[in-house]
Design a protein around this ligand. Sequence first.
Ligand SMILES: Cc1cc2nc3c(=O)[nH]c(=O)nc-3n(C[C@H](O)[C@H](O)[C@H](O)COP(=O)(O)O)c2cc1C
Length: 100
Amino acid sequence: MKSLVLYSSQSGNTETLAKSVYDSLEGEKELRSIDEIPSHELDHDLLAVGFWLKAGKPDPKTEAFLKACKMNAKVFFLRPMGLPKAPIMPGRPWNTPFAC
Ligand SMILES: Cc1cc2nc3c(=O)[nH]c(=O)nc-3n(C[C@H](O)[C@H](O)[C@H](O)COP(=O)(O)O)c2cc1C
């Protein structure tokens, strides 16, 4: 099983999540920033895509990657969320990253 954890991150939250996912995976694995992708034709069995949300959508680099990507893999997505103090998450600071 060959896995790739790919992330796009401006201020580090998504990178932190991606590293946690990477650490939890077994077998052959790679952790890469979306800026380091050598090709859009990838031969991994599992792809984890970490992105940050911009105006309700994946950030532009991730969106471009997903449109161009050609591979036959199981894919899952992860992203952090920055929220103001909200009743649904009492006591949780707005900038605490967590996986969805
Ligand atoms: C220009 C801009 C637009 C954003 N739009 C959203 C949004 O629509 N929804 C959301 O939940 N977060 C939004 N965010 C918050 C980022 O997704 C959040 O801070 C994220 O943790 C940043 O990830 P990073 O630290 O990996 O760059 C926005 C941030 C920026 C800078």
